[in-house]
Design a protein around this ligand. Structure first.
Ligand code: PLP
Length: 409
């Protein structure tokens, strides 16, 4: 009998979301009359904007016309999408980026999970704690986890982020090879200043590390001078790849489109004293394992860069930001400490009790669902993540219920 990759056995099922689901199902069974509102959803709720829908319809018509039909597309994506990405996301910010440094895909989750394939099996991975779990789990599957001891993997370097360090990770004591940074951050909703991110780029250049920079929530940045791209920082083209997604930017969580920027100046050691080009390796990887994001989806994504599309998409984001503002204000008026929520759709609330106890209190007393911070890592204990992706009406109703409950805090 064939033997399973032992690393699969090391990964438990996603305890956090399974446990939340189980508790919510149990509550609903006991209280069929109560309407549960989720402040835990990491998915958008507003529909696609008209500019995107128009582009989708036109692209569907193309596929039904022999003269305009599209089969396999270019591995890195069509130029009608790569060009506006380059123009609006990079050159408009003074960043040098060529179309063949951009690789369009069907999602940032797969990109951030797959990119580690470029690096040696024994590479050391550093992540912030709390963390978006995909960075850790994909490396555990690739054999870089070691053993799980007390909730953490022995070969992974964890960089704690909490209110004590203002959610800014310190450089690790032990030099890692790969560093995952996510800003604006999921789950904490916090950002790094230009100087802080420059510090990380300098560290990576000094120590010979690669930074895997996940910028899935870039569109939510409101504070002036917070970097929108890691390539705004000097030297980043030599050490960083950047992941972006249309999911939270333009409501593409169901449609699926993202991209990764891999500058040609990013070199990785060949282990024999020479170098290989990360851009070439990623092209080779994609050409081997992936046949590209659908034509109609790329057309839809391109529509978000038209004047109409940009306006409509920004309007949707502004709606989520208004929810975030309402939630933050309400939590603060109840005396709770709130982090994030300004440049991200996530609020990281300091809970007056343990994360799961706060979750239970909100569910059992107010029929509200949050995400316990402890589920994102050790340093998430004592926090809860609230999201701004609900409807304005649900957000207001949730605030009213929490306000009623505050006497129990
Ligand atoms: N990166 C982060 C930090 C995320 O929070 C998410 C989605 O929740 C993703 C990537 C995945 O994005 P996509 O929908 O493009 O796969």
């Amino acid at each position: 009998m064939i033997t399973v990759n032992e690393n699969f056995l090391k990964l438990e099922s996603n305890y956090l979301f399974a446990e939340i689901e189980r508790k919510v199902a149990e509550y609903k069974e006991r209280h069929p009359d109560k309407r549960v509102i989720s402040l835990g959803i990491g998915d958008v709720t507003r529909p696609l904007v008209p500019a995107v829908l128009e582009a989708l319809r036109e692209a569907i018509d193309d596929m039904g016309d022999a003269a305009r039909f599209k089969g396999y597309g270019p591995y890195g994506g069509y130029s009608f999408l790569r060009d506006p990405i380059m123009e609006y996301d990079y050159r408009a910010r003074g960043i040098d980026m060529a179309p063949d440094e951009i690789f369009v895909s069907d999602g940032a989750k797969s990109d951030v999970a797959n990119f580690q394939e470029l690096f040696a099996r024994d590479s050391i991975v550093a992540v912030t704690d709390p963390v978006y779990p995909v960075y850790v789990d994909s490396n555990v599957l690739a054999g870089r986890g070691g053993e799980k001891v007390d909730g953490q993997w022995s070969r992974i370097v964890y960089m704690p982020c909490d209110k004590a360090n203002n959610f800014v990770p310190a450089f690790p004591a032990k030099r890692p090879d790969m560093i995952y940074l996510c800003y604006p951050n999921n789950p904490t909703g916090t950002t790094l200043t230009r100087a802080q991110l420059q510090g990380w780029v300098d560290y990576a250049r000094r120590e010979g590390c690669v930074i895997l920079y996940d910028s899935a929530y870039e569109a939510y940045i409101r504070t002036p001078d917070i970097p929108h791209s890691i390539y705004e920082l000097e030297g980043a083209r030599e050490v960083a790849v950047e992941f972006r997604s249309f999911s939270k930017t333009a409501g593409f969580t169901g449609l699926r489109c993202a991209y990764v920027a891999v500058p040609k100046s990013l070199k990785i050691s060949d282990g024999k004293g020479g170098y290989v080009d990360a851009n070439h390796c990623w092209f080779r990887r994609q050409a081997t394992k992936y046949n590209g994001c659908p034509y109609i989806v790329q057309r839809a994504a391109a529509a978000t860069y038209t004047e109409k599309g940009r306006r409509e998409v920004l309007d949707v984001i502004a709606g989520y930001q208004a929810n975030a503002d309402l939630l933050a204000e309400a939590m603060r008026s109840l005396g709770l400490e709130v982090f994030g929520g300004v440049d991200a759709p996530y609020l990281w609330v300091k809970t007056p009790m343990k994360s799961w106890d706060f979750f239970d209190l909100l569910l059992n007393k107010a029929a509200l669902v949050c995400t316990p911070g402890a589920g994102f890592g050790k340093s998430g204990e004592g926090y809860a993540r609230l999201t701004a992706f609900g409807s304005p009406a649900d957000t207001r109703e949730a605030i009213a219920r929490i306000t009623d409950l505050a006497k129990d805090f």
